[in-house]
Design a protein around this ligand. Structure first.
Ligand code: SIN
Length: 550
């Protein structure tokens, strides 16, 4: 009774999930499952944009240059073949987005005095680590515009069945069911229908995990509440390979405010000339020239570490962004939402400095995939931030992730045709009939919900203090001890009490914390986003960290 059957099960409604669902609908029936509402995803908060070499607009740019910038940011850990494939495919996917109704900002919307021809061209922004202008954007609300367009397409597509407020608990695999198949196959997922408080079995020929990031594992993050790493945690529990989880990107410029948390000041602001300053003896002084030739536009890992250092040295609580080189009219047009947010707090960007601090932003590791989005489990794909394709290596280049999400969603669905043909007919029906309903024995209502709230806060605090921008082996070991105890408590809770969305998220978040800690402990060097004071140098051999539960 409580089961749903589809060709595709897509979990997650960010850009990777929506784009996967749209592409999948050309091949079969689709369940698009999201734990809150369709709009509530990480991508919707993306400000800066989506990088892509735009031949014909920026003649100075080239695919070779975008590939080179990506490899350089990745600190020797990018998979070059993946970088080339994704960067080269970006223009076709951008065209898909435009065809689906996405409106990117044109030069005419931000520049005064350009010709009619120039006014119709897309405006290309610049961000840290990019040597050329190549970031398409929709003002400073690129994610919002992408999600608006894609949600509208999904809602009007009869092949796409949207399940909002449906929270995935675990993947169903042949191994989990003890079926002893040669390869571990994903058959779908057990999913909590939150409104009806019932766990349903979703059967699928192909499952796509597009569950986004995990920023909530840290106390300070630019991510929304939903970013709890659900897909990575589920895939890991299902014995899929997970890679490079120690590389968590801290965005250098999250607004510093006593009430407003998680508001990003886009790197595109630095792309338009903003410089970072620190307060010293009542003066605001630039400092990035001490750390990198690109100064305030250096790659993010370098800027975030420099800020952390300056804050520790100066004892200040935040540093400042100075974009007063532009007038209010330009700033309002180019960064409408940031301008408005600052103004609402009494800050006029054209005159005042903006207080900022680093905050956890993007998980460069994830479920290990090949360039088709295939994971180590048959019939399971992973796309978007949940996946680790080899594009980002040890540090993601700004605005490469939205590009990766659409390219990889397209690749995964393209690749799935053989599976759809293979897992069709009576054999699959028999397999589906044999899958048991979800059960965990005699769960009771808990009278100690404080265990969930306490553990949630504790994980986020020690991850920030011990597994943050600067790490030491001692701190990582301390974090490891904490997470072990917390995992035991959560497991006890999970197996004995009624399942709730909070409990599902906490279980996943704890899993993510442990993956980050274990990966960080195993890396005996400093590279890209992972900096361990006890091993301050890069080792000679660049290697991925691959973790599997078994
Ligand atoms: C930003 O606008 O600074 C964020 C862009 C990104 O993380 O790629």
């Amino acid at each position: 009774m409580n089961s749903e059957k589809f060709d595709f099960l897509v979990i997650g409604s960010g850009i990777a999930g929506l784009f996967s669902a749209i592409k999948a609908s050309e091949k079969g029936t689709v369940a698009l499952v999201t734990k809150r509402e369709l709009f509530e995803c990480n991508s919707v908060y993306a400000q800066g944009g989506i990088s892509c070499v735009m031949e014909g607009i920026n003649e100075k740019d080239s695919f070779a240059s975008h590939i080179q910038d990506t490899l350089e940011a990745g600190a020797g850990l990018c998979k070059e073949e993946a970088v080339k494939a994704i960067v080269n495919d970006a223009p076709s996917r951008i065209q898909d987005l435009i065809n689906l109704g996405v409106n990117f900002t044109t030069r005419g919307e931000v520049e005064n005095g350009c010709s009619t021809e120039e006014a119709a061209e897309y405006d290309l922004g610049k961000e840290g680590g990019h040597s050329r202008r190549r970031v398409l954007h929709a003002g400073d609300v690129t994610g919002e515009e992408l999600i608006r367009a894609l949600v509208s397409v999904c809602k009007n597509n009869p092949k796409i069945n949207v399940f909002e407020n449906h929270h995935a608990i675990d993947l169903i695999t042949t191994e989990r069911l003890g079926w002893g198949e040669e390869s571990n196959q994903c058959l779908g997922a057990y999913i909590l229908d939150v409104e009806n408080d019932v766990v349903k079995t979703f059967h699928s020929k192909v499952t796509v995990l597009a569950t986004g990031g995990a920023g909530k594992v840290y106390l300070y993050t630019t991510n929304p509440d939903i970013a709890t790493g659900d897909g990575v945690a589920m895939a890991y529990r299902a014995n899929a390979q997970v890679s490079n989880m120690e590389f968590f990107q801290f965005h250098p410029t999250c607004l510093y405010h006593h009430e407003i948390k998680s508001f990003l000041i886009s790197e595109a602001v630095r792309g338009e000339g903003a410089v970072l300053k620190v307060k010293k003896k009542n003066k605001y002084v630039e400092f990035m020239d001490k750390y990198h030739e690109l100064k305030s536009l250096a790659p993010r890992d370098i800027v975030a570490r420099a800020i952390d250092r300056e804050l520790k040295e100066s004892g200040e609580k935040c540093v400042y962004l100075d974009i007063t080189n532009h007038d209010a009219e330009y700033l309002q047009k180019r960064f409408p939402s940031i301008y408005e947010k600052c103004l609402s707090l009494g800050l006029d960007m054209s005159k005042d400095l903006i207080p900022v601090v680093p905050a956890a932003h993007y998980c460069c590791g994830g479920i290990n995939t090949d360039i088709k989005g295939r994971t180590s489990l048959e019939r399971l794909y992973a796309v978007g931030e949940a996946a680790s394709t080899g594009l980002h290596g040890a540090n993601r280049l700004a605005s490469n992730s939205l590009m990766e999400a659409v390219v990889m969603a397209n690749n995964a669905i393209d690749d799935s045709s053989d599976l759809l043909a293979k897992y069709d007919g009576a054999a699959v029906q028999a397999q589906r009939n044999a899958i048991p309903d979800w059960s965990r024995g005699n769960a009771t209502d808990s009278d100690e919900l404080v265990v969930i709230t306490h553990n949630w806060s504790e994980i986020r605090s020690f991850m920030w203090d011990y597994v943050g921008i600067f790490r030491t082996t001692k701190r990582l070991q301390r974090a490891k001890r904490r997470i072990r105890t917390i995992q035991q408590e959560i497991n006890h809770y999970y197996w004995n009490f009624v399942i709730t969305p909070d409990l599902i998220e906490l279980r996943n978040l704890a899993g993510i914390a442990e993956l980050i800690i274990d990966s960080a402990l195993s890396r005996k060097e400093s590279r890209g986003l992972h900096y361990n004071v006890d091993f301050p140098n890069k080792s000679n051999s660049a290697h991925e960290t691959i973790i599997r539960r078994r």
